[in-house]
Write a protein that binds this ligand. Sequence first.
Ligand SMILES: NC(=O)c1ccc[n+]([C@@H]2O[C@H](COP(=O)([O-])OP(=O)(O)OC[C@H]3O[C@@H](n4cnc5c(N)ncnc54)[C@H](O)[C@@H]3O)[C@@H](O)[C@H]2O)c1
Length: 358
Amino acid sequence: MTSISSLGSVIEIGALTESSFPVLLNDYSNYNIVIVVDENTHDSCLDYLITNFPSLDQAEIILLPCGEENKVMEVCMQVWNAFSEYGFGRGDLVINLGGGIVTDMGGFIASLFKRGMNFVNIPTTLLGMVDASIGGKNGIDTGPYKNQLGVISNPKFIFIDTSFLDTLPEKEFYNGYAEMLKYGLIKDVALFDVLKGFKKESDFHRVDIIEKCIRIKVAITDEDPYEKGDRKLLNFGHTIGHAVEGCFLAISPVDHGHAVGLGMCAEAYISMRRGLLNKEDFQTIQALLGKIYPCLDFSDKDIENMITLMYNDKKNESGKIFSVLLEGIGSATYHNELSEKEIFDSFHHLSMLSTSLN
Ligand SMILES: NC(=O)c1ccc[n+]([C@@H]2O[C@H](COP(=O)([O-])OP(=O)(O)OC[C@H]3O[C@@H](n4cnc5c(N)ncnc54)[C@H](O)[C@@H]3O)[C@@H](O)[C@H]2O)c1
């Protein structure tokens, strides 16, 4: 069992049965426990929890609808109303069992109810394990704007048990993989090199690489929990990626990892055009990302809509669009203002790339 302390949370990596989870349940034996799941983690992950920890048979279950389009206030209101009906208090415990949507929403719901209940995260997706469950950001979307409402508050524990990945659909691994590649690109060339050679059959469960990613995120967020400086580096690929996700959410949702993969490719292109990133490194990044996260059909009208979303993105300010850019593989800078022309050019480049790959 590996244990890492971060921002008031303890992150334990290893089998849940050997973790501090049973001790925690014992500590809460006189309190209400509520488990937040979505439809899939209800079917695929809840049994494992209740079979191994039979006292959880008594826990209340809150079932969230799946999908980013449901990461909204209306759903939170229903859950808060249910919490009030059940008579939950601040001393009770919320267990978030699911991917990034469940931990983002469950953390938000717990942090606001009666000014803050205790909560723990048990991420069940690769993305949740390496990224979303860690760092204290909890939140929901408003219309096409991602994570527009939120709070920074930390769970007591984050339990990383990779056996939950056994039931994860293959396409979901690529959502986590995008964030793992991001860590390599902004901070760690050796990690990027390992990830480049990943084989989906065996490597997505690699605990050593999952731990490496967690340690990179923890190092950054511990230094800068409120995103005043270096934490902004974690937004690489997300200025453009979030706009892609938001623009298509109501029409034909794009997976978070796919959108971030496209965003990283576009932002790497802008880095190369500015002379920050050499051509050879750009080609390496583009070849890898282009293969896994194929370009979508973006019209100029779509690009205009995405630029409007970028101006309203909470990461931006003073009517300007800022982005993380690469100075090499493993090195990045933040607070780079992008022009609309650069954004247009980067999308046109992605479109050309998809034509040449087809
Ligand atoms: N808070 C943060 O710092 C942070 C960081 C990155 C991403 N995020 C957020 O995370 C969200 C994306 O998270 P995600 O990719 O985990 O998506 P998700 O939570 O939607 O999970 C993906 C799908 O897998 C299913 N699933 C989850 N675990 C499963 C399992 N073990 N077996 C079978 N099915 C399972 C889910 O029901 C869902 O259908 C986005 O909303 C994004 O904004 C937050």
